[in-house]
Design a protein around this ligand. Sequence first.
Ligand code: M6R
Length: 606
Amino acid sequence: MCGIIGYVGKNPCVPYIIKGLKMLEYRGYDSAGLATLVDGEIKIKKVVGKVNQLEKIVVNNEEGYIGIGHTRWATHGEPTLNNAHPHIDCNGRFVVVHNGIIENYKELKDYLLGRGHIFRSQTDTEVIVHLLEEFFEENIVYSFKRVVEKLEGSFALVILDKNNPQSLYGIKRQSPLIIGLGDGEVFVASDIPALSLWVEDYIFPEDDQLAILNPKKLEIYNLKDKLEKLNIKPVKISKEKISIDKGGYPHYMLKEIHEQPTILREIFTEGIEKKGNFFFFKDFKEDDNLWKNINKISIVACGTSYHAGYFAKYLWEEELPYNVEVDYSSEFRYRKPKIDKNTLFIAISQSGETADTIAALRLAREKGAKILSLTNNLRSTIARESDLNLYLRSGIEIGVAATKTFMAELAFIFLLKEYIKQELYGENSINWDDLRKIPVYLEKILSESNLIKEIAYKYSKNKNFLYIARGKNFPLILEGALKLKEISYIHAEGVSAGEMKHGPIALLDENTPVMTIAVQDETYNKIFSNLEEVKARKAPIIAIATENDQKIMDVADDLIYVPKHNSKYYYFFVTIPLQLFAYYVAEKLEREIDQPRNLAKSVTVE
Ligand code: M6R
């Protein structure tokens, strides 16, 4: 969601802000803006649209040495210039950028209007600068404490104060904010990629801590309960070579789809340590007897990560002795889950910052569950708040549509199952030769993507799709439908093939194509019968099937073959055609594939 960057130091700030905002574009946004302090005057520039447009209206080298920038994903108020951040108070002293939601903003706004403040936007954010204006006094730290105590909800804030031109102020609660230390300069941002070109030393403030960001002296205060100055040591993270070019691909999404074989290779080698036929996860040390002591696994996640979690339920219940429950993170609290210290709670989140998943994790923690997370960011809130973490090793994913991180989630779900078996029964059933071949077969599927492109183009005019599958393939088909929806804006309904007769079959006609996974696994015969039912309704069928399957030709109109292999591993294969199909439909329709409308990469509000 919203991206934040701030800079104060020895160099002109605008180039850092623009570049940092570009590195945060992957989070999703609809407007952008920045504020700088030049010769004692605050200058604000905003656009509805992209950072490139903002770049065109700012002068790079003449705009001061202290500034803040923002990409906004609209929550309160439409994407307009007035609603774009930064926001400024009545007297032009305080300027703020904000990620999160101020839940009690209506009451605060009414109070501030009563005090004569003039609001220029419809945002929840604007109350913050008026509160500062109202309550600021000589003691800066105390002033922030008073203001922050009035706020309910989630926020990461960076504030520029015209009267204190050497310092920015940063403060967070349940939304991510990190500090980067340079040589004679300090940075603050929503996420590491925004700073990774310039910074190696990071500070990760906790909730309700105020950072006074001055290049000569960085101070951090605890504002909750007792006011106290803190001594937080920076953490070194080597400068990552995160390139913001697309490596020759027209979109990040396509680049990331093509990275999947390499990621799997890396996970199957670097992600684990082999000892004979046994293997262990790096930096993963669970309590003795954890696997014997737990009696249930409870998984929460959203979107694509939820589909990975749902897949885990199918895969694990087949071979592990636990009941596996899966919830959308946002629904978890409403069903009053029965979890306790014998539950292993698993949070799956590529970003590690999804607000709903964080909230569910905190609830599980209150109930005493052991917490394991799968994230692609070891510095994220979810990773930091977990007892155990598996790192997805996918590199930064820029396209809003999750692809390579989904593949990595599948890989860790498979490995974790085998690891638990090994710890419980003293054996795993991995055939390492079969495993090694998976990335090679993924490369083969990718090399044949022209056929998938042709099929995608053929169906790109259709307005509705049904996606059907059974068993383990069901969560995967749901993921395929989500991919099509989010980047092409076409309605795609994912349905369990067995459920089709109970309602969705009414949707079928010659204009409703059906996408299906019909590989030769334990679901094959049943899904085949379901496809006959589809055929009888004249709906075109696109089937992902096993190489050389002749029988499937009787029902399918279009076929995407995946290589024949150990059927235990087909889930890795079928994922790629579903991603490519969605990609090429969206490409044909000239959609904004990497930043689809209304979506954010990191959903940091509940
Ligand atoms: O970072 P997370 O894995 O927690 O994100 C969860 C969802 O927001 C995410 O998977 C979303 O559905 C993606 N746009 C899917 O492509």
